[in-house]
Design a binder for this molecule. Sequence first.
Ligand code: ATP
Length: 450
Amino acid sequence: MEKLISLCKRRGFIFPGSEIYGGLANSWDYGPLGIELKMNVKAAWWMRFVRQRKDVVGVDTALIMNPKVWEASGHLANFTDPLVECKKCHERYRADQLPVNTTKCPNCASELTPPRQFNMMLKTFLGPAEDSAHVAYFRPETAQGMFVNFALAAGTSRKRLPFGIAQMGKAFRNEITPGNFIFRTREFEQMEIEYFIKPPKTDAEWTAHFETWLLEMKQWCAHLGIAENKLHFAEIPDGERAHYSKRTVDIEYEYPFGRKELYGLAYRTDFDLKNHMEKSGEDLRYNDPETGEKYLPHVIEPTWGVDRSVLVAMLEAYHEEKVADLRGLDADLRGKESSEEEMRVVMKFPKWLAPYKVAVLPLSKKEELSGVASEVYDTLRAQFVTDYDETQSIGKRYRRQDEIGTPYCVTVDFDTLNDKAVTVRDRDTMKQERIAIAELKSYLAEKLTT
Ligand code: ATP
């Protein structure tokens, strides 16, 4: 983790939040490469689960909703974690994360307070009066945006059951123990789908939808580059599930700090729609055009954390490899040999996920080369997210592109001036190929889709 966090800062993926003011504990900012990576995750998710499906539509709803939403959804009463505090050093813990029946502080061995339920919703006030009539909450999940808009989204999109409403966006939780980099923060992004189905008459009916979504989630994990043996599917037993859930499977990943949740899948029954219908007095029932019946659909909810996706994608991509050393690499380019070895760090992102797809690297800063190189850069930039770098030795520049996971480096050298061709280097094999500039775009386009 330390290596990854330092790479993230050094190369511009993720920075400590508010750093010039000494930081803000457990807050992180995405830098120029991090935002590209995160946007790739979100765009791929939206494409796969919304645009390419016939049965899912999207919404983008307000972060702050009418507080009655949280009363109806049960979050005001139930969205709590058991908090214990050390009477001496005042360190705070989540009781459910300590060994069972712990009464002593793990930090200083003094006595802990009995657990009290701590509500995790982040509060604020709307308008200038800071009194209870103006309290509001930042949403702790995106899901309620889909439930309160169910009737409108269903009606306007003319979708028939089963169909889903998807959303991605920020959620806020006043976590007692945030930490492990971007694994647990108080502000994070989710991608969620509420998949509405006919009220099931048998367990088999909802189980079929549940299993289908579990498979979709597994396939997404593979697409993100996650090794199958790092994933675990944990069936959450009675008594440990969220207040709304009849069945939950946590998709867990083996992080360097232990096996913990990556994504979740829950059967929320008609809990949310029923409560919203009761509390709002609005008829939220679905009008079945086939049978003429009116009923409240049930819901299967797959949920993905965006930041945890980014974290896991980076952990999976991180590789250290022994290769010929920097001098060797420069020498290779000039056709000489070297047997010395050094370590290279390479982020082997799936190509679709890499922040930059291509880097254009003129061999020297000399004007004769930069003219051609910037022409190549201009052409490629129109189609691929492309970097341009002309400082330092070519070997060091290759190492930098390896560290940020750029699949292809395009080197413009003095031969280019005569043969109108460039050298394309593959991130993973480090093999180089001479390609005519006229064919470069189509060559890369093909390589980047395989
Ligand atoms: P955990 O058990 O880790 O607290 P949870 O079961 O409370 O997670 P859910 O309510 O199922 O999480 O939230 C859905 C997804 O949102 C999680 O699978 C995770 O990817 C992400 N997520 C939840 N809380 C956080 C957080 N504090 N920071 C970053 N991502 C989070």
